[in-house]
Each structure stands twice: as structure tokens, then as C-alpha cells.
Write a protein that binds this ligand. Structure first.
Ligand code: SF4
Length: 494
């Protein structure tokens, strides 16, 4: 039984971070490496703030954890010092809790009952507890391969090795199927490898899990564009089911902005992917921020990743632009006292290190020099509102434009869905109006025996949703192949 007054005894405490100088001198994670005993002592007081609510809003529901993470249970195990049991409960609902502990913006914390009242001292630091349980589990050799005892003889192809594909593959392998994950890039991990910078999650964390999956029997094929290197007839002949976990990487662009085609104006991923490859040892990126004035357009996670990457590359200045005001307010029509996420200002460690954020502004023009390279960004103050049809409108509110020096502009204004790929043509799958792959209530697409999960189905979303959909599609594929499935299915197709 949790201590219902724990939150009155202990204050919320964030994980300590390394100094700015140290962080900007390398690519390693921003958080300080505490000894295991110090970390366990600190985190157990944080877990002791949990009241084990009768209705734990953190745990599920429309605003809580999509995985249904057993948060009050593992908080209590940690409070008691039962770290091994906590790890067992954590892994019961989440294949990769260290990924979510490091990367998820934690809708569970926004949903925590202690987040509602300012007098309660803030939400339980669920993310920090989760990540620490996962790391202690690895240190205690508790995270071991779990190979299936009996094989089914069914073969499954998973296309894409991001978090959704990996979660689906691990679940299906453990259920006894022969699973092959196909990845078009040279290394595994999808966005976890080449989208997420090292300072948010070091790649050794990903490689450690891939090692576990290999030991369980999952096969991986890299550098393989399914639909070209492996034809669709081959894919169909070699596998009894196919899971599409190809992501939603088609970056939103705005070609209508004057100057968009100037040199030095790029989509965010054109910057992040080679930057991550450079950190992996693949040689210098062609789009470095070193010695440049960098303007990041877009106030979300990807923009923050560009921001921290540009700072570490040695930018002269970094400015991130957001069309929304500071702080973004909760919706006017939302009168409930419940979660404010994502209608609150989200600040990332990268924002503390250097640079500047500008709110309620929009780019009016990229201004070029005589050689066709961007030299400035012209901005205008704006207000975002809805028109009579409910469509989002960006309305200028000032007559006087501002100009920012800019040698490198990075567009981080979202993603528009699945990229064009020969695989979809070969399977006869058409994209929805949102640019995603539709499916029925059993995750099966319009192509029989072909299933979809993650961003490819949902559109660009959180790592926790990718894992939840990966687990759920595994249940559906297992049932499709064997007639019934005991695998968990935490979420349903939207
Ligand atoms: Fe604990 Fe907060 Fe979840 Fe309640 S809502 S069970 S206090 S983490």
C-alpha cells in the first residue's frame, strides 16, 4: 500500500543534468551519470510520492499511458526497494521502457493526479522512475532474452525497424514465429537511430536491445528496400504475414514561402540524419551548422532536436520559431481540470543550453544573397485562429516585419505521412487523405495478410504509441496465423 502522504514529505526532483559546458563538448546524454546506489536512493523517494490512486489517470485512458503501464504498481515496488519486481512489472507492458523513459514526453505525468493542483508539488516523476527501473534491470542482469519454447513454423516479415516494428517483431518472435525485420537503411532503428540525437538517447541503448532481440531469434536484414531489393512476390512467397512499420517520414514543406528554394534551406531530417551518421562515425555531414546563424522553424520535438544538434555542431546562433504564443494556453473549450498536455509549453534540455526561442511569429520570406544562398529570414508576428469552417489560420498581427540573420534554415513543421515507396504500389495499397495506411479493426490493410502499425498508420506520433501499436499488431498477426492469441493488445486502430 502506497503512502498517501508521500507527496507531502518529498518534493518533485528532476534528474540532475551535466553542466552546459560538458554537454556541449560531446554528444552524450545530457543527464549526469549517478552511481546506481545514489540513483536508486533518489528515485525511490520520487516513487514514494505516488498515492496509488483508486483511479490512476496516469495508467491508461484517453490521456494516460497508451501502453497501460502499471505505474502505481512499480512505483510502490521501487518505494519498497523491490527493484527486480519493479522491472518485471515494467516489462509486462512495455518492450522497451528505456526508450520511453528517455524519449517519451510523458502524457502519464500530465495525467497524474498530482499535476492538477499547484499545491501538490507537481506530478510524480514517472518517466524518471521508469528509466531508472529499466537501467537497474539491465545492471542486475534481469533483462534476458526470452526465446519461444515452441516454434509455430509461421514466417512473418516486419518492414521497418523503428520502435513499432521492433515491438511487433519482439512480440511475434517470443510467440514462436520466425520473424525477419527488413530495414532500408544501413543500420537498424529507424528514427531511433537517425532521427533522435545521441544527446537524447545514446545508440548503445538501442544496440543493447537489438542484441536481446537477436538472441531471441529475430532476424534482421539491413540495406534492403522491400519492393525493390526484395520484390513483392518474393516477400509474399517467403512470409505468411507482413507487418508494415515504415514510419511517416514525408516532411511537411512550404514551397509557397518566397526563397524556399535558396541554398541553405532544408527540411529537418535533411539535417538530422547525416548529423546522426556523423556521430556514428560515417564522416562529416554535408549540412553542418558550424559557424552559421541557424533558424529552426517549428516549435516541436523535431525542432528541438535540430536546435540541440546545431548548438553542438558549433552554430554562431540558434533561434527556434513557433507560431504559437508563449506559453501555449490550454484549449479555450477545455474546461476540465484534467491533463494540460500538450497545451503547455514544452521545454527541452537543448533550450537551456544556448540560443533563443521566438513565439507567435511566422516566416514571411527567406532572403537570399547574390549567390542564391539564404542570408536572412523575414518574420512577422502572427496569431493562430480557426476560421468559420474550423480550419487553422495564421493571421499577421503586425505591419513591421523583423529580419533575422540566417545561413541555415531548418523546417521542422511536421510530417505529412508515409513516403512514396515501391512496396506500397506492389501491394496495391493506397494512402489515406492523411497520407497514412488505413486498416480494419484487426490492423489488416486492404492487402490480405498485410498489417500496419506505428506512425505509418497513426501519422507521426510518440514513441510510446509506436510501441503500443507494435504490441497490438503482434496480437492481430498472431491471431491471424494461429486462430487466437494471448499476446496483449493495449490499443485499437484509430
Ligand atoms: Fe501515482 Fe500520479 Fe498515477 Fe496517482 S496518477 S497513481 S499519484 S502516478
Amino acid at each position: 500500500m502506497a503512502d498517501p502522504k508521500g507527496f507531502l514529505k518529498f518534493s518533485r526532483a528532476e534528474a540532475p543534468k551535466r553542466s552546459y559546458d560538458e554537454r556541449l563538448g560531446d554528444w552524450r546524454e545530457v543527464y549526469a551519470a549517478l552511481s546506481t546506489s545514489d540513483r536508486k536512493a533518489e528515485v525511490s523517494t520520487q516513487a514514494a510520492r505516488c498515492m496509488d490512486c483508486g483511479i490512476p489517470f496516469c495508467h491508461s485512458g484517453s490521456a494516460g499511458c497508451p501502453l497501460g503501464n502499471l505505474i502505481p504498481e512499480w512505483n510502490d515496488q521501487v518505494r519498497r526497494g523491490h527493484w527486480d519486481q519493479a522491472s518485471e512489472r515494467l516489462h509486462a507492458t512495455n518492450n522497451f521502457p528505456e526508450f520511453t523513459g528517455k524519449l517519451c514526453p510523458a502524457p502519464c505525468e500530465a495525467a497524474c493526479v498530482l499535476a492538477i493542483s499547484p499545491d501538490a508539488g507537481g506530478a510524480v516523476t514517472i518517466k524518471r522512475v521508469e528509466e531508472t527501473i529499466a537501467e537497474v534491470g539491465w545492471e542486475h542482469d534481469q533483462v534476458q532474452p526470452q526465446p519461444a519454447e515452441v516454434g509455430t513454423g509461421h514466417r512473418v516479415a516486419v518492414v521497418g525497424s523503428g520502435p513499432a516494428g521492433l515491438a511487433a517483431a519482439q512480440q511475434l518472435t517470443r510467440a514462436g514465429h520466425e520473424v525477419t525485420v527488413y530495414e532500408r537503411d544501413d543500420r537498424l532503428g529507424g528514427l531511433l537511430r537517425y532521427g533522435i540525437p545521441e544527446f537524447k538517447m545514446e545508440k548503445s541503448v538501442l544496440d543493447r536491445r537489438l542484441g536481446q532481440m537477436r538472441a531471441e531469434g529475430t532476424r534482421f536484414v539491413t540495406g534492403c528496400e522491400v519492393g525493390a531489393d526484395v520484390t513483392v512476390p518474393q516477400l509474399r512467397a517467403d512470409h505468411d504475414a507482413v507487418v508494415l512499420a515504415v514510419g511517416a517520414l514525408r516532411g511537411r514543406d512550404d514551397r509557397a514561402v518566397p526563397g524556399r528554394d535558396l541554398d541553405g534551406v532544408h527540411l529537418a531530417m535533411e539535417h538530422l540524419v547525416p548529423a546522426n551518421k556523423e556521430v556514428e562515425g560515417d564522416g562529416p555531414t554535408p549540412i553542418s551548422a558550424r559557424g552559421k546563424h541557424v533558424v529552426v522553424i517549428g516549435g516541436g520535438d523535431t525542432g528541438a532536436d535540430c536546435y540541440g544538434t546545431a548548438t553542438r555542431q558549433g552554430a554562431l546562433s540558434v533561434t527556434q520559431l513557433d507560431q504559437y504564443p508563449q506559453p501555449p494556453t490550454r484549449r479555450d473549450d477545455d474546461l476540465s481540470p484534467w491533463p494540460t498536455w500538450p497545451y503547455v509549453l514544452r521545454t527541452y534540455p537543448a533550450h537551456e543550453e544556448a540560443g533563443e526561442r521566438k513565439f507567435a511569429v511566422a516566416v514571411e520570406e527567406f532572403v537570399g544573397d547574390d549567390e542564391g544562398h539564404v542570408r536572412a529570414v523575414r518574420l512577422r508576428e502572427v496569431r493562430v485562429e480557426r476560421d468559420a469552417d474550423g480550419k487553422r489560420q495564421v493571421v499577421p498581427v503586425s505591419d513591421a516585419p523583423q529580419e533575422l540573420p540566417c545561413d541555415l534554415a531548418l523546417l521542422a513543421i511536421g510530417f505529412e505521412g508515409v513516403e512514396h515507396m515501391p512496396l506500397l504500389d506492389g501491394l496495391g495499397i493506397e494512402l489515406s487523405g492523411r497520407g497514412t495506411i488505413g486498416c480494419g479493426s484487426d490492423w489488416e490493410t486492404s492487402a490480405p495478410g498485410v498489417f500496419v502499425c506505428g506512425d505509418a498508420h497513426r501519422g507521426a506520433s510518440l514513441v510510446v504509441w509506436a510501441i503500443a501499436e507494435g504490441r497490438s499488431v503482434a496480437n492481430a498477426v498472431d491471431a491471424h496465423l494461429t486462430g487466437a492469441s494471448d499476446l496483449p493488445s493495449p490499443v485499437h486502430p484509430t
